[in-house]
Design a protein around this ligand. Sequence first.
Ligand code: 5RP
Length: 221
Amino acid sequence: MTDTANQRSIDTEKRLAAEAAAELVEAGMSVGLGTGSTVAYLLPALAHRRLDVCCVATSPATFGTARSLGLDVRPFTGIDHLDVAIDGADQVDPAGWLVKGGGGAQTREKIVAAAATRYVVIVSSNKMVESLAAPVPLELLAFGLDATLRALGDARVTDKPASPDKGVLAGYFGPIGDPGKLAEWLSAMPGVVEHGLFPPAMVSDILIGQGVHVHRRCPGD
Ligand code: 5RP
């Protein structure tokens, strides 16, 4: 397959997974909207359904696009729970661990995922991996940045602009090993605002576009 044809089939898989996820949304729901190129297919599919839903967005980009499509997107203030959140991922391992944050939005994405009763992950088949690989995206506090980087060891700042919450976007390049242990270590590290490891317990469904089909997996199946 040429690179262009390969990219086209990945895009088709993203679109199919996103459209399947849009079908899971029901009128009256509160919906968390993720960030990225897969979510870019979700937004028009959801808008097309013309449901009476209230949405929150995980990034300014998603907020703007969703609003321009006529979705009712609100600031995530005064809303303490979401019925469903739908988002992409960079990697999904066989146990259902995710690496997220390729778009630098992992902090808001994790807050939205944690607030949702149902968290639906939408991916093309190339995101399914045998084991997670570095880097793990990080959001770091600017205060004491060099000390935090030193404590992390194998971590470096990216050239991405600061997060909407003024966090410094970085990547952890050390070994991942057991993702649960690494997630615990990163979460306990002073100066780490959030990391891009999302545990299987957070994930309700993984919708995987594969060729012209969508497969549904639940972590633990
Ligand atoms: C953004 C994310 C995205 O969900 C992840 O990077 C996947 O992006 P895409 O759908 O463009 O492949 O975590 O912070």
